[in-house]
Ligand binder design. Sequence first.
Ligand code: T1G
Length: 652
Amino acid sequence: MTVSIQTRGNIAIVTIDNPPVNAASHAVRLGLQNALHQTSQDDAVQAVVLHCAGRTFIAGADITEFGTPSQDPSLPDLLTQIETASKPWVAAIHGTALGGGLETALVCHYRITDRATKLGLPEVNLGLIPGAGGTVRLPRLIAPEHALEMIAGGKPVAATRALELGLIDQIAEGDLLEDAIALAQASGARPIPLPLIERPVVALSSQDKWDGMIRKVKAKARGQNSPIAAIKALENALELGAPAALVAERALFLELRDSDQSKALRHIFFAERATAQVGRIKGVAAAPLSHIGVVGGGTMGAGIAAACLLAGYRVTLIERNEEAADTGRDRVHVTLDQSRKRGVITLAAHLQAVESFQVSTSYAALSDADLVIEAVFEDMQVKIDVLTALEAEMRPETILATNTSYLDINEMAAATQRPSRVIGLHFFSPAHIMKLLEIVVTDSVDDQTTATAFAFAKRLKKIAVRAKVGEGFIANRIMSAYRREAEYMLEDGAMPWDIDAAMRDFGFPMGIFEMQDLAGLDISWAMRKRLSATRDPDQRYVDIGDKLCESGHFGRKTGRGYYDYTEDGRAHHSAETSALIKDESQRKGITRAHISDKIIMARILDRIRSEAAALLDQGIARCADDIDVVMVNAFGFPRWTGGPMFYQSRPG
Ligand code: T1G
């Protein structure tokens, strides 16, 4: 049953069982309403414990119901009924109480969690605001400043933080359900707490601090509407009475729910989860992984090793000599230290990771590795030499992965004795932070290797997107295409800062030239030199980037690239770059003309879409949704557009 009731003495235990995340679907809402009626009318029941089966408390409204006709009871109405129940309700919370899940917990009279629980109102990430009273009840329980952080920021808080804030009453020391039952029994002896909706809002600690927070939220929104709506809803909660604020919240929520941005954000939410379907191959189980080898302790290799350690794997990092091994080890330890300082891992997990990490200069240390990832210099022969040398030391079933960002993995696989166990795992730098992982499948890879790669990605909490072998796979190939288009526009009449400004205004975190200066111009310069022999002579070629590099201007790291950089890293328009660009236009016989922001973005978007179409035609990308996921997660294509493919499909 979706919602069932058991009794323990005079305590009713209401259990929701709606896998996978106990979303507040219509069946759940109906079941809860029945449970409310049944427990209210049963004189033997003194109090109610609400908890969920499976891995989590209610993780929100059922997003799949959006866009379908609403069915009573609506969540807001149901929650008001629970809040005014004649008997106390205790929410026993585990996993993640999110969105409508936390809103349900807020109408319960007490809230108890286990230590690992997270609680949040992430609706802004879906282009929404809480729509079942969260913006009105939360600032009546915790300080409005913290309510604003949770609602406009959309990030969950850990149980310990929730207790500090006053969001929950207790963290269970023993079994959550048992402790919740004890709390329910104790509640019977006390007057039922005043519903949040009848309490005053918690006073602001400082109007200046509040105003400052509002300014920060607005600055960070960068074109997304929901954080701005979250501010409005909270201001309503502070200024209007609760009933009027609830009505205003619902109106704002419904307006957002039907908005293009929310449809786009819900699209990308589901698209990011659908990419993993590739790894769910009927009848094929992923191979067990516990010992991961990483060859190469440079930035990428160390980042990959750290990502695997943070996911709880045993890791051996291989370098060619002691000095390089020491450097690689240090890089990994710095990353683990930073992760702990940022609260990504606990001290215990940090110590465990250090225990699970070793460095060696001998491939023999990988003899029992289950998966080995090479992240050595981007040269085909170097990589083939590494893979074939590795083979001599490893079990025949061990999977060999390459982190190459554009070399032909079919060629690498063919050079080994185990082509079916060779796959591409293309991480994005920094590898322990960037969510995207391109899983590049070769013509010879077997299903178990593919399934294992996707299971590995899930354990690393990566968004894994399948790509076939092809220059630049998906992300870098599309980026190279719109980088070229942006370079054409430099010759045609724009300056780097014009193009970057247009991209930022569209919603990118930074423009293509700022990004290249940050990454280092020498990286794409090396690739252009590698490809020069095979470049189509008829294809327009812009020399500006090469000329900057030939003068040693590689971007931020050399103090000059497309921009000039001050000692403290501030970017300035560069007169020399401007002169170089004008000289190039003249040398090419191009009459420069102003290019508007609108045209700049139209040319960039057209280029992205035409490259995406080619990737789909060639089967290198599986579907348009995967391309949206790649572009949003690799290069910050504004998430609230849904990605370039969804954005172009919108009406009007
Ligand atoms: N509704 C429907 N399906 C959902 C869902 C939801 N809210 N959340 C997850 N799923 C599906 C997901 O598509 C996937 O399906 C499976 O569950 C596992 O998800 C009124 C209006 C809870 C942290 O925004 O953040 O409440 O691919 O792969 O990595 O104010 O899911 O297996 O078929 O992500 O362990 C607010 C969204 C909704 C939370 C679990 N709530 N979910 O992460 O598993 S709006 C959210 C998550 C709302 C109220 C408003 C995560 C998770 P499939 P998963 P996970």
